[in-house]
Design a protein around this ligand. Structure first.
Ligand code: SF4
Ligand code: SF4
Ligand code: SF4
Length: 282
């Protein structure tokens, strides 16, 4: 039987999953819905994305995301960013199919930190010079994937259904226009999404904590988050279950510490801790 703290964490985790599923499905539909009926109601999901808000100088959205991060850590990375949610999905499937995920190698963290800082500098320098490093920006990666891979597939699927239905004297489906995107763009878009997904299967949120410039920027605010996950040293029996469940690879069980710059506020650790040793508090 789970203790009250673990039960609370499980509920928070479930809520996180439901919200994230809505955001991922909604954003994908906003690109793939060729009827236009649903997509028009989901456009607001694009407006709450960090980099689109920066490029549009949407100060309220930027302030809200930063305030959320200063208050609760990188909740944005668990709930709002489609590329992050996609990685969680592949992380989950990796576990489901028994992929043995690598733990962070001792000493590798410093290397990852250097790469992380360097990529952020490249991204920012590119921005100031007017270059758009879209292959690093999470929303650009996901939206391109959804529009040049998922959307054409949805149209092709619909047209195949329409053809099959017509052969059976049914007009429940109607063929829609399907323009094939350039193959190079399809390969690049699918390739980037596949790399992030494969890394997630291998090592959880390694893309988020090494490559993504938005994640690195938010990590600065998350470092001083007001409400954060903590390990109760008295209750912890150092079983290591939380560290194995952690997609951010940010729990040091021996020292009883959590690296807030890597934590993506997913509640997975608290949900698996049968001792109720993990809480979210000031
Ligand atoms: S680190 Fe980047 S890719 Fe990962 S969830 Fe956050 S914003 Fe998205
Ligand atoms: S799962 Fe709980 S008891 Fe086990 S190491 Fe983590 S905090 Fe400690
Ligand atoms: S420490 Fe790890 S498992 Fe716990 S909330 Fe942060 S990322 Fe998730």
């Amino acid at each position: 039987m789970s203790n009250p703290r673990q039960s609370l964490m499980r509920r928070l985790r479930l809520m996180r999953i439901l919200v994230a599923a809505f955001v991922l499905c909604g954003l994908t539909l906003s690109f793939a819905d060729f009827t236009g009926a649903i997509a028009s109601n989901l456009k607001w999901l694009a407006r709450i994305q960090f980099m689109p808000a920066v490029l549009a100088l949407s100060l309220w959205t930027i302030a809200a995301i930063l305030a959320l991060t200063f208050l609760f850590g990188r909740v944005y990375c668990s709930l709002v960013c489609p590329l992050g949610i996609l990685q969680d999905l592949f992380f989950f499937f990796g576990r489901l199919f028994g992929v043995r995920q690598s733990a962070a190698a001792p000493g590798s963290r410093a290397v990852f930190n250097v790469v992380r800082g360097a990529l952020l500098l490249v991204f920012l320098a590119g921005g100031f010079l007017g270059l758009h490093f879209q292959w690093l920006e999470p929303y650009a990666i996901y939206s391109r994937f959804a529009s040049v891979v998922v959307s054409p597939l949805a149209r092709m699927g619909n047209n195949a259904l329409a053809e099959w239905a017509a052969r059976n004297s049914s007009y429940a489906f109607h063929a829609v226009e399907c323009v094939a995107p350039a193959m190079a763009v399809v390969v690049a878009s699918a390739g980037l999404a596949a790399i992030a997904a494969a890394l997630a299967v291998w090592r959880g949120r390694v893309w988020c904590n090494t490559v993504c410039p938005v994640g690195t920027m938010l990590a600065g605010a998350a470092r001083v988050a007001l409400v954060k996950p903590k390990i109760d040293g008295e209750a912890c029996v150092k079983c290591g279950m939380c560290a194995r469940a952690c997609k951010g690879r940010c729990i040091d069980v021996e020292k009883g510490r959590i690296d807030l710059t890597r934590c993506v506020a997913c509640f997975d650790c608290g949900a698996v801790c049968g001792k109720g040793a993990i809480s979210w508090s000031k």
